[in-house]
Design a protein around this ligand. Sequence first.
Ligand code: A2P
Length: 342
Amino acid sequence: MRVAIVGATGAVGQEFLDLLAERNFPISELKLYASPRSAGKEITFNGTTHTVIATPEDGNLDVDIAFISAGGALSKAEAWKWAEHGAIVIDNSSAWRMDERVPLVIPEVNGDDALEHNGVIANPNCSTIIALMALAPLHRAFGLTRATVATYQAVSGAGAAGISELADQSAAYLQDANSELAVDKFQHPIAFNLFSHDSDIGEDGYNVEESKLVNETRKMLHDDSLLLSATCIRVPVFRAHSEAIHVEFERAVTVDEVNAVLAEAEGVSIIDDRAGNTFPMPITSSGQDDVFVGRVREDSSKPGSIAFFVSGDQIRKGAALNAVQIGEYLVAKNAVKEAVSA
Ligand code: A2P
């Protein structure tokens, strides 16, 4: 495949590079795009030096498959142009996720939806992916009717700038607890603090991140009647999102039944050591491909319903890994045209 990364200099872009190398993605030619600011920069991939190119204005990425993580505005403006020039666009932004022409895909959940694409495939929101890795197999087994989710989201979800803001503020605070913490990427100090997710609040009182979690889950599980509600919070963690999830099913379900399903679920690992009080944590899920699940217990507010806790690396499975897996799925199904050699 002739492959492009758009946003190659960013946090997710770097992860794309690591994953494509690590997973031996079949690459005949690699093009690395970013903003004109980065044009000329050199990035090494699999021992070969590549020069970063400014994303072309005519929309011709000149590849078969393109992994995009360069912000919603660029995807909104360019995605269909890139597709018209022959690239299958796997877009990490939220720009096209709810568009009817665009499949929204987690390979373990609804991989076949990817085969219905019209040139653009959307990678879901990171919190949605991490929740659904556990929720989807339970939905298949027991029929999900209702879920409430509370998230604990890492700063790297806001890109490289979010990471440096937490580091810089933490250093400044430890130097002098009375110092004024410089805010830039986030509206409020994130060091030694937490706040409601930094996305806009809608008229219904839910922020955009919370609405994404609800709407994207319904789209991928093909069920608009699912009762869902989320509270999304940004926490001073560098990497990996965690979520407390409470679920009800069509029938009463036991903890043992849930554990049996999760034990078999692809891409899910269980950490549920009650004696040792050790459960999924961002520090252990960071850098991992699987989503970790634990604290599986009956929801004491309603017999037969379940509460659990998940933690997953939102840059890997929540973003770059899921996108690369979509690419791998298309390759495995022979759904990407082979590169035409000159
Ligand atoms: P650049 O480094 O040249 O600004 P992050 O999410 O970590 O902030 O990274 C965002 C990525 O998107 C970077 O690679 C950035 O490139 C890229 N990017 C931002 N705006 C554009 C644009 N208008 N055209 C192409 N790439 C862009």
